[in-house]
Design a protein around this ligand. Structure first.
Ligand code: PGA
Length: 255
């Protein structure tokens, strides 16, 4: 059985002080939903404080990105070594990183390998642009992103990953993909690409999230789908009430 996973991607929101205040309120609110894996991904600078506050708690910490080198003259980057002991998950290949930092599939693959080598669980993000969606290129593009991200990754390591399917046209736009469409892509494209790489027995164990304008009022639709195993959430993860509601709905829908 795939345990549902809800991860909050805070993006460039919350100072360390705001993060501390937030998790102090979030932790008791999320404590009871033990059937759902709960993850928060603060900005780097807030990670040590959030890690300390959530230590020994059921709420896990993730980073929003990681560089693939161990150390060196890479201004502004954070290496996997620096995150050791602080996070369990690392988001890799978010469309904003692909757009702003020119993360290609090859770079995404290097980051996935570096994260795995340091014992982190990558949340590998994929998803097509509006132009690609309208041109009917979603399936071929997303499958290629998966093949690229997972190149030379063993089945054993693939099992440590989570994939997040996030159509770019749905991120932060309020224009979410319908639950049926999202499920079709998650099952028919993302999981299918994983089946092609690793076989059904492995692919069936890898969790795939949907992301893009997930809100309390559309969450039950997503969680009611056969192939969607959780959500990667931006905006709605920034408030204790809405993030808790997403986790509550997931627990309720998935039992
Ligand atoms: P959103 O962001 O929930 O604000 O659309 C999702 C994401 O970028 O992970």
């Amino acid at each position: 059985m795939r345990v549902p996973i809800i991860a909050g991607n805070w993006k460039m929101y919350k100072t360390p002080a705001e993060a501390a205040e937030f998790v102090a309120e979030l932790l008791p609110a999320l404590a009871e939903f033990s059937t759902v894996e709960r993850v928060v991904c603060p900005p780097y600078i807030a990670i040590p404080g959030v890690h300390a506050a959530l230590k020994d708690s059921p709420v896990k910490v993730g980073a929003q990105d990681v560089y693939f080198e161990e150390e060196g003259a890479f201004t502004g980057r954070i290496s996997p070594r620096m995150l050791e002991g602080l996070v369990e998950y690392v988001i890799i290949g978010h469309s904003e990183c692909r757009r702003d930092y020119k993360d290609t599939d090859e770079i995404v693959n290097k980051k996935v390998k570096a994260a795995l080598a340091h014992g982190f669980k990558p949340i590998v993000a994929c998803g097509e642009s509006l132009e690609q969606y309208e041109a009917g290129e979603t399936a071929s593009f997303v499958a290629q992103q998966i093949r690229g991200a997972f190149a030379d990754i063993t089945a054993e390591d693939a099992l440590k990953t989570v994939v997040a399917y996030e159509p770019i046209w749905a991120i932060g736009t309020g224009r979410n993909a319908s639950a049926e469409l999202a499920n079709d892509i998650v099952g028919g494209v993302v999981r299918k690409a994983l089946v092609d790489l690793y076989g059904t027995a492995i692919a069936d164990q890898i969790r795939i999230q949907y992301g893009g304008s997930v809100k309390p009022d559309n969450m039950a639709d997503y969680m009611g789908q056969s192939d969607i195993d959780g959500a990667l959430v931006g905006g709605a993860s920034l408030k204790v009430a809405s993030f808790t509601e997403l986790v509550r709905i997931t627990a309720e829908t998935r039992g």
